[in-house]
Design a protein around this ligand. Structure first.
Ligand code: GLT
Ligand code: MN
Ligand code: MN
Length: 389
């Protein structure tokens, strides 16, 4: 039965062609689902209430395709997106599948590989422009190393920085509106990836010639692989004005990148993330970078998996409205100090420093009083469990 949690395009949910189109293969097993054409995937996404479809260059255009073939493929896909009533909120470039990138792309030792990576990315940026995608994700799947014996990481980072500066200039020269969103991951497929977390990415961006053109695309599973809290990473990205895109999914602790259905694991982190995005008025795509369990068939991929991601987001968003609006929750969070933290600390001046040093602040602090975080957390857990509405 359809209900208020069924998605509509107004919710701005999107999926990558590589997500719902994933055929269930893994390093140990062959595909369990048949291939589906991008146009068919697009139509099915529209049917289940999605708003957007995202893609890598190679999800659409085979590596090395001739110009004519490429143009024909792009036209067919654009027509399909238009007739499904969808948009393309993000595109990206695959710099990890082909053997030429075996030792990196922008950070490859071989300058020819680095130039090839730039050329492939510039072609993918042209595709982004044709599909009117406002965000271009860069995930450096091969930008890393197994053995530190082979590299000085400072040099790799310098080459990485040069690549981003080059690409920003290219976008400017084409007078495109496109913004880059950098996606971090701690490891896999390389033993160690450079810029392993969203926090690392945020610093890296500050070293670029055009930092205003570059933000982040944090992925829930990737932060969890590093043992980190996703909503803290999203919080830092929002605080820095850098949340240009987001990859929602689920992950059970630090292990291989599971890319599960959003809400399938760690509901607390999922809830806190949704609450934060909604509270912050995040306007970007609510993108799901995940894939159905290998055990499933194509009907499950749409009816249970894709719909499940979107419904879980909407259910959590409705609970977030209670969390942020209901007097009982507001009171509990006030008791836990949520409001107090919004009072700014005065900026430095000589008088202020003297005043702060002269007063006995500690005398007025009730050090024995509990800070009521248990109560706030328990109320939140009851809300998530459905006992507090
Ligand atoms: C790959 C990766 C994802 C990235 C995609 C964008 S590719 O599927 O696992 O996390 O977002 O390059
Ligand atoms: Mn992932
Ligand atoms: Mn991702």
């Amino acid at each position: 039965m359809p209900d208020q949690f069924d998605p509509t395009p107004d919710d701005r949910f999107s999926f990558g062609l590589w997500t719902v189109g994933h055929r269930g293969h893994d390093p140990f097993g062959a595909p369990t689902r048949p291939p589906i054409e991008p146009e068919e995937i697009t139509a099915r996404l529209a049917e289940v209430g999605a708003w957007g479809v995202a893609l890598h260059d190679e999800d659409l255009i085979p590596y090395g395709a001739e110009r004519q073939e490429r143009d024909r493929i792009v036209k067919r896909f654009r027509d399909a997106v238009r007739s499904a009533g969808l948009v393309v909120p993000m595109t990206t470039v695959n710099l990890f599948t082909q053997p030429v990138f075996r030792d990196g792309a922008f950070t490859a030792a071989d300058p020819a590989v680095r130039r090839h990576a730039l050329a492939k990315t510039m072609a993918a940026i042209e595709l982004a422009a044709e599909l009117e995608a406002p965000v271009f994700v860069l995930w450096g799947g091969r930008e890393g190393i197994e053995s530190g014996a082979a590299r000085d990481p400072r040099l790799a980072l310098e080459r990485y920085r040069e690549a981003l500066d080059f690409l920003c200039e290219f976008v400017r020269s084409q007078q495109l509106e496109l913004r880059f969103a950098l996606e971090a991951k701690p490891n896999e497929p390389r033993g160690h990836l450079y810029l392993p977390t969203t926090g690392h990415m945020l610093h890296f961006i500050s070293t670029l010639a055009h930092p205003e053109m570059v933000g982040v695309n944090p992925e829930m599973a990737h932060e969890a692989m590093a043992g980190l809290s996703f909503h803290q990473a999203v919080g830092q990205a929002l605080w820095a004005g850098k949340l240009f895109h987001i990859d929602l999914n689920a992950q059970y602790g630090p292990r291989y990148d599971q890319d599960f259905r959003f809400g399938a694991e760690d509901l607390k982190e999922a809830f806190l993330t949704v609450a934060l995005l909604e509270r912050a008025g995040y306007q970007g795509a609510r993108h799901f970078d995940c894939r159905a369990y290998r055990s499933e068939d194509d009907a499950d991929v749409y009816a249970s998996f894709a719909l499940g991601c979107m419904r879980n987001y909407k259910i959590l968003a409705s609970k977030a409205r209670v969390f942020d609006g209901d007097p009982e929750f507001l009171e509990a969070r006030r008791e836990a100090g949520a409001e107090q933290l919004s009072e700014p600390t005065p900026p430095y001046s000589q008088q202020e420093a003297d005043r702060i040093r002269a007063a006995d602040h500690a005398a007025g602090i009730d050090v024995g009083r509990g800070r009521r975080h248990e109560r706030a957390d328990q109320l939140m857990v009851e809300l998530i469990l459905g006992a507090a509405e």
